[in-house]
Design a protein around this ligand. Structure first.
Ligand code: SF4
Length: 428
């Protein structure tokens, strides 16, 4: 029996010819990630365990993005601790606020060319699974695992089995990768892929942009998946050429074996999808826009590691151009990185957002986890392009988060209720 793509990557990093579902392996790591919430406890464990030096100063990325720019004294102390560790350990990829390469972690690591196909990556953040879009194995771990891996350069995994997600057809207008993953999570449930890989394949893959693929893999964890992963194709290589500094190589035979063993196959015809919304309080509580009664809202958030890339900003701007955010609605736009922010500036998108009546924030996680820059009050409803709508995720435990793609979020900001862009009146 052959190996899935994930199993093939894990076997190589364990120095083995092969591995099977359920095997315990120790794998070498190509990149480790920590942020301002998860790195400080990892630093404590690192030194308490008696470690003195990280295994490789160029294979660790530290990103102060969650509560940064510092929202209060505690977050300032967290960031200070991480900054000092990065300095003491001579960490190459420490990303300081405001610098050109800075932003939300899962936007900037691929964007700065730190992710390569076939890599084995861990991050002390559950959405580390994002990098599967580039054909890497990447998954979230806890701070203690990060601490030990920063010293050893390896970590252990139980080799997952996999679900094959067969994509066919082409996305209709106003549908994106967000609708693909919301649809899938709605179909299989929040534990539908528990500790399994989601391996995407089929002719429909070629129809998805890299932004779509990053969004899809970002939310693999929302159905419990260990990782999500796409095959490497021409679009992946074009993305790498644009983002990786210098030469790069792609491992040979980086594909699932023809006789790989999958637990099941889920087929999605992209052409049959329509814009989706996940109602409170689970990402699996999905409904197609237009199939539910009017839901009035108070706030819209467009951004995050799920939908904060330039393609997302362009789509939002295309909806908001020449229109106004409805009375009584706050619309907050968070470009996912400084580079995206600058592109928005150069392309005139910031003017569109500001003229429409949006707040435009510095790149930060901010409201996505109820940190700052848009925390919800009791009873408030928000349409958000982020990835989680659990109770209290963006503020008060009696607030509500509706997950959607960028165009639905922007249209909802204009209408004041959850809406499809098709409902908007033409611009006069
Ligand atoms: Fe986590 Fe949200 Fe930040 Fe993404 S944007 S890393 S989901 S807090």
């Amino acid at each position: 029996m052959g190996m899935t793509l994930t199993q093939k990557i894990l076997a190589r990093h364990a120095g083995q010819e092969s591995c099977r579902q359920g095997d315990l392996i120790e794998a070498s790591l190509d990149l480790l990630l920590g942020n301002d919430i998860t790195t400080p406890p990892a630093i404590d464990v690192f030194y308490q365990a008696g470690f003195e030096k990280v295994f490789d100063t160029a294979k660790i990325a530290l990103v102060p993005d969650h509560f940064a720019p510092n929202k209060d004294i505690k977050s300032a102390e967290q960031c200070k601790k991480m900054r000092q560790f990065a300095k003491d350990q001579k960490i190459v990829h420490y990303f300081e606020q405001g610098r050109e390469d800075m932003g939300v972690e899962h936007v900037i690591l691929p964007d700065n060319g730190l992710v390569l196909p076939g890599d084995c990556i861990i991050g002390a953040d559950s959405h580390t699974c994002t990098y599967g879009a580039l054909g890497a194995f990447s998954t979230g771990v806890g701070s203690t695992d990060l601490a030990c891996a920063m010293a050893a350069g390896t970590t252990w995994f139980r080799v997952p089995s996999a679900i094959r997600v067969e994509l066919k057809g082409k996305l209709p207008r106003y549908c994106s990768g967000k609708d693909v993953i919301l649809y899938l999570i709605g179909k299989i449930g929040v534990d539908g892929a528990l500790y399994r890989s989601l391996e995407f394949s089929g002719e429909g893959v070629a129809e998805l942009s890299m932004t779509d693929r990053l969004t899809i893999c970002n939310m693999a964890i929302e159905c419990g998946a260990k990782n999500g992963i796409f095959p490497v194709d021409e679009k992946t290589i074009a993305y790498l050429k644009e983002h990786v500094k210098g030469e790069f190589t792609i491992p040979e035979d980086l594909q699932a074996d023809a006789d790989a063993d999958y637990d099941e196959t889920v087929t999605i015809d992209l052409s049959e999808l329509s814009p989706m919304v996940s109602f409170p309080h689970l990402p699996s509580n999905t409904h197609a826009v237009g199939t539910f009664d009017r839901v009035d809202i108070d706030q819209v958030v467009i951004g995050s590691c799920t939908n904060g890339r330039i393609e997302d900003m362009r789509k939002a701007a295309a909806v908001l151009r020449g229109r106004q955010v409805a009375d009584g609605i706050r619309a907050i736009v968070l470009p996912g990185s400084q580079r995206v922010y600058k592109q928005c500036l150069e392309e005139g998108l910031l003017s569109i957002f500001i003229d429409a009546g949006c707040v435009v924030s510095a790149p930060t996680c901010g409201p996505c986890l109820g940190g700052h820059m848009g925390v919800l009050a009791k009873g408030e409803r928000c349409v958000s392009t982020t990835n989680r709508n659990f109770v209290g995720r963006m503020g008060h435990k009696e607030s509500e988060v509706y997950l959607a793609g960028v165009e639905v979020a922007a249209a909802s900001a204009v209408m004041g209720y959850i809406a499809s862009p098709e409902e908007l009146a033409p611009i006069s």
